[in-house]
Design a binder for this molecule. Structure first.
Ligand SMILES: Nc1ncnc2c1ncn2[C@@H]1O[C@H](COP(=O)(O)OP(=O)(O)OP(=O)(O)O)[C@@H](O)[C@H]1O
Ligand SMILES: [Mg+2]
Length: 249
């Protein structure tokens, strides 16, 4: 990929102190993410994946090293973080308002976004009337409404059933390609990481650091249960296991 770097972490370390005890959560982590790239991150619980996303988002500061982020960022979590008392249309309008879009443009823009995530006809529904997958599509529309160029996803699909998840993989892939988004996607599921990623980052624990980076050369569209995806996922899981940074789930 011949694209500029949009997120550049150099020799980043992060420690937390409580009382006299200091814990190094991330150690000397360097990572350059290219525009339009889909990067997936896998590692054992507590290895610092969420901390890494918070650093990229600027919600936390590194203890040492530098982080350079060249584009607007949005976050997507497991619960899709929609406001339950607002309709789909209102949830997306709110994001446009917070992004400073002129009110006269909201109606057209909201409809465009709803069509883009294929929720046409659900404009007046409230979150509890939607399936988990649909709620995630509203959350994606909100990321786009915010004008985000980088979307940080922290285990966004962990709670979904397999069919809904497969469908969302296709949607996330399509929407991120159409909107030329850069995505950093944290997951515990290695096959999901291989299914989605242009590059898979494996993290080791205590302190958190990059153990291995794998460029995924498999052609798209990919299927999570295909032998190609399963075989690369098994190889990468083997690397995590060998480093003692693997948990079964
Ligand atoms: N604000 C904080 N203060 C102190 N310690 C923290 C703080 N945030 C995270 N930690 C510690 O940093 C380590 C990494 O946490 P983090 O949430 O980044 O892990 P993770 O890889 O996202 O784990 P999981 O897979 O369970 O979500 C943990 O040991 C955690 O206890
Ligand atoms: Mg986490």
């Amino acid at each position: 990929m011949n694209q500029p770097t949009v997120v550049d972490l150099r020799h980043v370390s992060k420690s937390y102190s409580s009382g006299s005890k200091t814990t190094e959560v991330l150690q000397n982590l360097s990572l350059a993410i290219l525009r339009g790239e889909f990067v997936t991150v896998v590692g054992a619980s507590g290895c610092g994946k969420s901390t890494l996303l918070q650093l990229i988002a600027g919600l936390e500061q590194p203890s040492s090293g530098t982080i350079d982020t060249k584009a607007k960022i949005a976050f997507m979590f497991q619960d899709a973080n929609l406001l339950p008392w607002l309709t789909v249309r209102q949830n997306i309008s709110l994001a446009l308002r917070l992004a400073g879009v002129a009110k006269t443009d909201w109606a057209v823009r909201v409809q465009e976004l709803i069509d883009k995530v294929r929720l046409t006809g659900w404009e007046e529904a409230r979150p509890h009337e939607l399936s988990g997958g649909m709620r995630h599509r509203v959350a994606l529309a909100r990321c786009l409404a915010q004008g985000a160029e980088i979307v940080l996803m922290d285990e966004p699909l962990g709670a979904l059933d397999a069919m809904t998840r497969d469908h969302l993989h296709e949607e996330i892939e399509r929407i991120s390609r159409e909107a030329q988004l850069t995505v950093v996607f944290v997951t515990h599921n290695m096959r999901e990481a291989v299914r989605l990623g242009d590059r898979v980052i494996l993290m080791a624990s205590a302190p958190g650091r990059i153990l291995h980076e794998e460029k995924v050369a498999l052609v798209r569209p990919r299927v999570m249960d295909s032998p190609e995806v399963a075989s690369l996922a098994a190889k990468l899981t083997g690397l995590l296991k060998a480093a003692g940074s693997y948990e079964k789930n």
